[in-house]
Design a protein around this ligand. Structure first.
Ligand code: SF4
Ligand code: SF4
Length: 227
């Protein structure tokens, strides 16, 4: 699959997800930004889409600000979601992740609004809550949405299997280099740098037994995406 096809598949997945999540009564709205922290992660495919958007809008110079504002204690995952699913399916112990909830706001948050809202990472799009997290202190997410989120994130890593996963700021810094962007677009990435993880295809989906039937319709929609 070439890069443009991957980007189109991703757009279709976003459409499917938005239609799915629209059925729920959510407290989320623009300018509600308690969930906009420096701990967001994403794939290189999403990073490439964001940088292409910034190039179109003439805002690509914000990459420098993202690098400058990136929190030193931001969340840096030790395993990707597909690797984690793989380890769990084999009854292994995934490495413990360390996340500092005080890592501060996301580098592209400005006046409580996301400056890249239309192309925000999927991890931001799927962070939803039935009640305002600012009042409750936590996200109130329907367990089925959690399962669907995992399945979408697993498929997203799958279509970007030749790419990397990492913290938003690290992926942006990596793709901020024209050479890295070129190699990524050409499908020529090698071993990831220390801050990033190599993606892998889906071997097993993380779907608890109680959601296996309910999720079938969504799985069919994802699998019937044609480009
Ligand atoms: S997840 Fe919570 S903080 Fe984020 S937009 Fe929704 S209600 Fe607001
Ligand atoms: S990218 Fe946008 S939506 Fe995601 S955490 Fe940053 S400001 Fe929030």
């Amino acid at each position: 699959m070439d890069l443009n096809t991957k980007l189109t598949v991703f757009e279709r997945m976003v459409d499917i997800y938005d239609r799915f999540v629209d059925q729920f009564d959510l407290a989320c709205k623009k300018s509600c930004a308690h969930c906009c922290t420096a701990n967001v992660t994403m794939t290189t495919l999403e990073g490439y889409r964001i940088i292409s958007h910034l190039e179109k809008t003439g805002e690509v110079n914000c990459l420098e600000a993202i690098a400058r504002k990136s929190h030193p204690d931001r969340f840096m995952p030790r395993v990707s979601i597909n690797r984690m699913a793989d380890i769990c399916a084999r009854n292994g112990d995934p490495p413990e992740e360390r996340l500092n909830p005080e890592a501060g706001p996301c580098a592209v948050l400005a006046d409580d609004a996301c400056s890249i809202y239309s192309v925000r990472p999927f991890g931001c799009r799927c962070m939803v809550s039935a009640r305002n997290c600012g009042q409750t202190g936590f996200a109130d997410m329907d367990p089925f949405i959690l399962t669907v989120n995992d399945v979408f994130l697993q498929h997203l890593e799958h279509i970007d299997a030749q790419g990397y996963t990492g913290n938003f700021a690290d992926v942006m810094q990596f793709l901020g280099s024209e050479g890295n962007r070129h190699n990524y677009a050409a499908g020529r990435l090698g071993t990831p740098p220390a801050a990033l993880l190599a993606n892998q295809p889906v071997f097993v989906l993380m779907i608890p037994p109680e959601h296996r039937e309910r999720i079938q319709a969504l799985l069919m929609q994802i699998r019937s995406i044609e480009v």
